[in-house]
Design a protein around this ligand. Structure first.
Ligand code: ARG
Length: 600
């Protein structure tokens, strides 16, 4: 807000230090929490310590830091917008005129609008990989977690200034996929239902049936056993044919794969998500085998095939670790087939070499923690500098109050069902109170609220914690929910609508109410919150902020009259403040992939 003034002051500090041969370290400013005035502060401890290290000290560091702060302070003089300057305990504190600070925060928001909070261009490319269910069955509620966490993170990174690529990597091959294919071909060919979601769900049903069929049962008769084994042989034969590129199997596989992808695309578009790059597990299978050769030649991997074993990498040993941490990884089975890990090595190479990715983020559940630790370490041994900027955003389960899910058992809660149910419930309430919502808009707004509730209930929980999804709680207008935040946006909008127009400018020189102060304070923290969420790869930071902001706005709304104010000057200032709050709530919600309706 005070960049120009800050720069001018920094220039004075630098000039002074240069003249006096003080080895000034980089000036880092941090905000001073409001206590009657807003301000920023920097310290001179580092500078004093550098001086001492250079043998030019003589005084204890804290004492010298304070001395520098005082000397620098005397150089600053009067600066417009700055109320006063302090040198305390080695810190230099600049305080802003409250009215000026408030005006600038609001003006900047209303000038930048949807761009308020956008970070400076970072000249770094990041790829966020998420929304990657395995194909050949349906999208369940657990997949919503990778999808929403990934999308929110991608939005945050992009807004923070990173060149951002959104990628997905569906698992489209493996024994599970082949099992479905086999059962479909054998028992159901030609019976597939129509409809984007029906087909996925139907494949899931086949999967559960086939798994049950192939599992050894208790008290199995010899005939049952023989039948089961014959089925298993057939299925493995089908995998072999797939591997050999058999046209029939490949066509069948591609056709059914497309069903799942259609469903996935439908859900993504419902959530307003556009994936830039699609990778498929099947496509990195061949390249991964070549990588095994490369890693062998480079002496990173060890070949135990001559003794009938696999190809392995002794990660701990290669890193010189004596304690077991990353263990030994198999990268090629003795039968010559590659593994999930091997494919990830091939995929990473494509990301680095072909897409020139500097940072690579994987939004995948916690069961793959060790997998990614191993993958990143192997990439490091292999010599990719980007390995240091690979990050696994791990997350826990989503369960429903009724219990855990299992795709193999056909016991899953489908995302589409939960989303439809959420929207249906909102619609029922809406029609009850109907009120401000035009008839034709109801469905659209119900979808915004229902999906917003779902998204927020996922993003507002620490990624490492499990979520027990409770529909009633998520849809509530009170508490930590999406609708509670959306409702703050709606209230701000209703004030502005009644007012007609937002004044072009206003001054904040009248004493501010504590609710106004709190609101301005939070609004001014939005850019810093974007940066923090991006630095920590944590959408939760933004989710918590959005709730705090809504909370403060609701309190302001109840306590501070805006349209009822007699003083036109105060009214103008408050109207602009409300417009600014509405904008920042919308910006924060956007980063959470939640819509901000004007009415609800
Ligand atoms: N399809 C995988 C699964 O469902 C997730 C893919 C994770 N990404 C990766 N690069 N390994 O478990």
């Amino acid at each position: 807000m005070f960049q120009k003034e800050q720069q001018a002051i920094e220039a004075k500090i630098r000039a002074y230090c240069a003249q006096n041969d003080i080895p000034l370290s980089t000036l880092k400013w941090s905000p001073i929490p409001f206590s009657g005035e807003w301000g920023i502060s920097t310290s001179f401890f580092q500078t004093a310590a550098d001086e001492a290290r250079a043998g030019r000290g003589g005084k204890p560091v804290p004492q010298r830091a304070q001395e520098i702060a005082e000397q620098v302070k005397s150089q600053i003089g009067n600066v417009e917008g700055i109320s006063h300057v302090e040198a305390v305990k080695g810190y230099l504190n600049l305080y802003f005129l409250t009215s000026e600070y408030a005006r600038r925060v609001v003006d900047e928001i209303l000038a930048s609008r949807a761009d308020f909070g956008r970070g400076p261009v970072k000249n770094e490319r990041v790829m966020v990989e998420y929304a990657q269910p395995n194909t050949h069955h349906s999208f369940h509620i657990g997949h919503a977690r990778t999808t929403l966490l990934g999308e929110s993170l991608a939005r945050i990174m992009e807004f923070a200034g990173f060149d951002t690529i959104r990628a997905s990597y569906p698992g489209d091959i493996g024994l599970g996929v082949i099992t479905i294919l086999w059962a479909y071909d054998k028992f159901y060919k030609g019976q597939e239902p129509q409809g984007v979601h029906e087909r996925g769900q139907w494949l899931l049903k086949i999967y559960a049936e086939a798994t049950a069929m192939l599992e050894p049962k208790e008290n199995e008769t010899p005939e049952e056993k023989a039948r089961r084994e014959a089925c298993d042989t057939e299925r493995r034969e089908m995998y072999r044919k797939w591997d050999a590129g058999d046209k029939y199997v490949r066509d069948l596989w591609l056709e059914t794969r497309e069903w799942s992808l259609e469903e996935l695309r439908d859900i993504l578009s419902m959530l307003d998500i556009k994936i830039d790059v699609w990778f498929y597990e099947s496509e990195v299978d061949e390249p991964s085998k070549a990588i095994v050769e490369e890693l062998l030649q480079r002496g990173i991997a060890e070949d135990e095939r001559p003794q009938g074993g696999p190809v392995i990498i002794k990660i701990d040993e290669k890193l010189g670790l004596t304690k077991e941490k990353y263990r030994t990884a198999v990268i090629l089975r003795s039968d010559g087939t590659s593994l999930y890990l091997t494919k990830d090595l091939a995929l990473a190479k494509v990301k680095f070499k072909q897409y020139h990715v500097d940072r690579s983020i994987y939004v995948v559940d916690f069961r793959q923690n060790l997998h990614f630790q191993q993958a990143f370490k192997i990439l490091e041994l292999w010599g990719f500098p980007q390995a240091a900027k690979c990050y696994h955003l791990s997350y826990g389960y989503i369960t429903l109050p009724e219990g855990a899910m299992s795709a193999r058992r056909g016991r899953v809660v489908l995302f589409k069902d939960v989303a439809d149910e959420a929207v249906k419930r909102v619609l029922a309430v809406e029609s009850e109170k109907s009120g401000d919502i035009p008839e034709g808009e109801r469905e659209k707004i119900a979808a915004q609220i229902g999906l917003g509730a779902l998204a927020y209930s996922i993003l507002s929980v620490d990624n490492n914690k499990d979520i027990v999804f409770d529909m009633d709680a998520a849809l509530s207008f009170d508490g930590r929910t999406g609708p509670y935040i959306q409702n703050a946006h709606v209230r701000a909008n209703s004030i502005l609508k009644k007012a007609g127009a937002v004044p072009e400018k206003a001054d904040f020189s009248d004493t501010l109410d504590p609710h106004e102060i709190q609101l301005i304070d939070l609004l001014s923290r939005f850019p810093g919150t974007v940066e923090q969420a991006a630095n920590e790869y944590r959408p939760l930071v933004m989710a918590a902020y959005a709730h705090d902001l809504a909370n403060v706005f609701h309190s302001f709304y109840h306590a501070v009259p805006v349209l009822q104010t007699d003083d036109p000057k105060i009214r103008d200032a408050r109207l602009r403040l409300v417009a600014a709050a509405k904008q920042v709530i919308a910006n924060a919600l956007r980063l959470l992939d939640i819509q901000a309706p004007d009415v609800m």
